[in-house]
Write a protein that binds this ligand. Structure first.
Ligand code: 2RA
Length: 368
């Protein structure tokens, strides 16, 4: 027992020291000038949102390089009042690029990784390809910002449902130790990409006309329907999305033995995910204490009106930076547990915004 405790303390001191040394190492930061930024997967739902956010937040860009597969190459995008043409990614696409945002899937990120690294560019990757690699930080800026400085060229953006969940777990874990989490998700079509959103609209309108066609993008029709998450089933009977929530949350909260179980469901919503979360603590926490903590945490709005039965809805958070939390109440079956409900725009905070916020941490020497 004692040995485990001292091992943990040693590991903690080592991690802190490593972070401190890396912060001192300026090469982990972006150069102090306007940057050449490439967006790989720029025509997708996350890529297009990311480009929008870079403009909104006035990210210091001298040249924006929009990249995609041959399928979307040639598409035009207006960015900062200028027309840009999406180019097909090739060996030369990353020449002298400082920063790459990738959201074109794991195999594409892996394919171009060495070309990106040959240019000493920093890759902020939205795929799951490197998320659990112990040499790659997995970052939610409101939760573990310093992890960014430990990067060796790649920083992973967590899965959308994990980002939304960790935003509430981190502040609540500072009130009392978390013993166990049970989460059920209600994930919108946009989590499966732009084409899944188009398919939901089409199949809904076909269903209303009494002529529903077979889905081509998602495995089943989402029109007036829902189904268990469409990611590959694992040998333990959890789907990949559920295992992402479990493993990524453990990594972000730096708690490898955190007890968490998840059931992920796809629902007929175009944009924004919701989650029903049950958190068991080592002692009872009053709902108002939890709400106070969440209110003062970054990235969270509280929507809670019991008289009006008004709590967060996907529409409340659509295209918003903050997630919304409400219905924080004591679990009647366990006095040490809280139940809560959250909604978050998973294209924005669950993906694109989180990636840009990570890049902004790397920019901090711009503001020195
Ligand atoms: C989803 N995992 O299926 C995606 C979003 N990143 O919703």
């Amino acid at each position: 027992m004692k040995v485990i405790f001292f091992d943990k303390v040693k590991k903690h001191i080592f991690n802190k020291f490593h972070t401190f040394l890396t912060i001192l190492n300026k090469s982990s930061l972006l150069p102090k000038r306007s940057l050449r930024v490439a967006v790989l997967g720029s025509s997708g739902a996350v890529g297009s949102e990311l480009i929008k956010i870079l403009e909104e937040r006035n990210f210091p860009i001298s040249e924006l390089i929009l990249l995609s597969s041959s399928r979307s190459a040639g598409k035009k995008i207006i960015w900062n009042h200028k027309e840009y043409s999406i180019k097909e990614v090739n060996e030369k696409s990353f020449e002298n690029v400082d920063l790459v945002f990738a959201s074109a899937g794991g195999s594409i990120s892996k394919k171009w990784l060495s070309t990106i690294q040959d240019q000493n560019s920093i890759l902020i990757d939205n795929s799951s390809a490197f998320r659990l690699d112990e040499n790659v930080p997995l970052v939610v800026p409101e939760v573990n910002p310093n992890a960014v400085f430990t990067h060796n060229g790649i920083i992973s953006n967590p899965n959308c449902t994990t980002i939304l969940l960790s935003l509430v777990l981190a502040p609540l874990s500072s009130i009392a130790q978390i013993k166990r989490i049970i989460v059920s998700t209600y994930q919108s079509a946009s989590g499966a990409g732009q084409l899944a959103m188009e398919e939901l609209k089409l199949l809904t309108s076909q269903s209303l006309q009494g002529n529903p066609q077979k889905p081509k993008i998602l495995p089943y029709s989402l029109a007036f329907n829902l189904f268990l998450h469409n990611s590959p089933m694992q040998l333990n009977n959890y789907c990949e999305e559920e295992m992402k929530m479990i493993n990524e949350t453990r990594k972000i909260l730096n708690n490898p033995s955190l007890k968490l179980t998840a059931t992920c469901v796809r629902v007929p919503i175009l944009r924004s995910h919701s989650e029903s979360v049950n958190i068991e603590f080592s002692k009872a926490i009053k709902p108002h204490e939890a709400i106070l903590k969440l209110k003062e945490s970054q990235g969270i709005d509280i929507i809670e009106d019991y008289q009006a039965n008004r709590f967060p809805m996907p529409e409340d958070v659509k295209e918003k930076d903050n997630i919304a939390v409400g219905r924080v109440r004591t679990d009647l079956s366990n006095p040490n547990a809280l139940e809560l409900w959250l909604c978050g725009d998973q294209i924005r905070k669950g993906a694109a915004l989180n990636a840009v916020q990570i890049a902004e941490i790397l920019l901090q020497n711009h503001h020195e």
